[in-house]
Design a protein around this ligand. Structure first.
Ligand code: 4AD
Ligand code: MG
Length: 429
């Protein structure tokens, strides 16, 4: 038994081959029937004819409908008219399932395809996306393993908010209530005191009520935390990581990128270092683009889109006013109204893919900030303990992995970058 890719790469005209998969397309003309077979690695044309098959067998195979599953034995023939340059003349076959009507046909609407996502995940374009996504997740982990980081696992059911109360999902938990985690950051921080450099890949949950092209209620979050590193050190780690992931995709997924119409040359040019721009300077830059922004305004999807059409590399935006971010960010000693943080914004209008920075490591300062934000310190006793026992400077970040896939593939909506998108209106299938 072989995969289609291996047959196309390694076998020759006249080889006997044995394949299995699903019917992708069919076309019949009297005594000849062409079936395009699909497996996880590619497609190949099969030829069924009464020359090789008994009448009843021929009737069985020539009437197959798409997505039926089968196994075929046959002879490989070079044929320039076939979609991948070869054809397999069928000598024998075994049907696993003959389908009646496959629900997905051409030109169906977005909602129908979302209702039938469990079938749509078989489509060629979705398969290409999932292969790229697989490379992205692997490259993220590989990058950190290569740099001596440890992978850790932290709870999804939590009793402390990391990113503010407005997007918390509450879940009944016996006689209490817990939240679904918005970020693994605080738990990662606990682990730097033993492992120093840690990462995790886990879902984060946000009760996002606004429907935008880049928000999910459940998304995949690659998060990193490292002892001793300051804000600038962490940005250097991140730009290397993004370059590495993008170049791994270029190296391993050229076929998928081409199939999805992505400009591969553009991706090849993504190279660290990325430009650093202070928030205040960015606001000044936006004046010449006529965006009507002033110091203190937050950057949302629309603002970032308007800004990032002017860049063809990712950028870091640093030194946000502290009131735009949450309580744990380290104030800039030279100007305590701004913080030592960074967002990485993706070019071509995509905007924020990373949020990170240096954490407050001083107990008194952290307690003061929690008071300013109206948080109950008792709930965070363990987070505060990290500043009581052996506190060290440290920094970290969170990367939205679905957003990274969205940008790398130049997709229109984050729902196209994840198999089962969860949004305010969708939890099925
Ligand atoms: O900027 P955020 O909210 O930062 C944090 O959660 C930090 N605690 C991370 C850390 O420092 N460990 O989220 C980080 C990233 C964003 O830059 C974005 O890429 C992604 O997570 N993200 C979302 N992706 C999809 N859907 C959503 N609703 C998202 N919210 C954030
Ligand atoms: Mg953010």
């Amino acid at each position: 038994m072989s995969y289609i890719r291996d047959v196309l790469n390694e076998e020759h005209d006249g080889s006997a081959v044995h394949l299995r998969g699903w019917v992708y397309r069919t076309r019949s003309s009297g005594k000849l029937s062409f079936i395009v077979l699909r497996d996880s690695t590619g497609i190949i044309q099969l030829l069924a004819s009464t020359r090789k098959l008994q009448d009843d067998k021929y009737r069985e195979i020539s009437s197959l409908t798409i997505e039926s599953s089968l196994e075929v034995m046959g002879i490989l023939r070079k044929d320039d008219r076939a979609p991948t340059g070869y054809e397999v003349e069928i000598e024998d076959f075994k049907l696993y399932q003959r389908n009646e009507n496959y629900p997905i046909t051409k030109d169906q609407g977005e909602e129908f395809l979302l209702d039938n996502r469990h079938l749509w995940v078989r489509s060629r374009e979705f398969t290409a996306m999932m292969k790229v996504r697989s490379t992205v997740f692997k490259a993220f982990a590989d990058f950190y393993f290569k740099h001596g980081y440890y992978e850790v696992h932290t709870p999804f059911m939590v009793s402390t908010a990391a990113e503010g109360g407005s997007t918390l999902f509450k879940v009944p938990f016996f006689d209490e209530e817990v939240y679904l985690t918005q970020s693994s950051q605080f738990y990662l921080e606990t682990m730097i005191f033993s492992l120093e450099n840690v990462f995790t890949i886990a879902p984060s949950f946000r009760a996002e009520k606004s429907r935008t092209w880049r928000h999910l209620t459940e998304y995949w979050h690659g998060e990193v935390e490292a002892a001793w590193l300051h804000n600038e050190d962490m940005m250097q780690v991140e730009e290397q990581m993004i370059e590495y992931i993008v170049q791994e995709v270029v190296k391993n997924n050229t076929e998928e990128l081409n199939a999805l119409g992505r400009d591969v040359e553009f991706l090849k040019r993504i190279k660290a270092p990325f430009r650093r721009i202070r928030y205040a300077d960015l606001i000044k830059m936006t004046e010449s683009w006529g965006l009507g922004m002033k110091y203190g305004d937050d950057l949302g999807a629309d603002e970032e889109r308007a800004i990032m059409v002017h860049f063809d590399q990712p950028i870091f935006v640093t030194h946000y006013p502290s009131k735009l971010k949450t309580f744990y960010h380290m104030p800039d000693p030279d100007n305590p109204d701004e913080i030592l943080c960074h967002d990485m914004l993706a070019p071509e209008g995509y905007g924020e893919i990373v949020g990170g920075g240096e954490r407050i490591s001083d107990l008194n300062l952290l307690e003061k900030r929690m008071e300013d934000y109206g948080l109950n310190k008792d709930n965070y006793y363990w987070y505060l303990d990290l500043r009581r026992y052996g506190s060290v400077p440290h920094s970290g970040f969170g990367l939205g992995l679905d957003r990274l896939v969205l940008w790398i593939l130049h997709l229109d909506n984050i729902k196209e970058a994840i198999p089962y998108p969860r949004t305010i209106r969708r939890t099925k299938p």
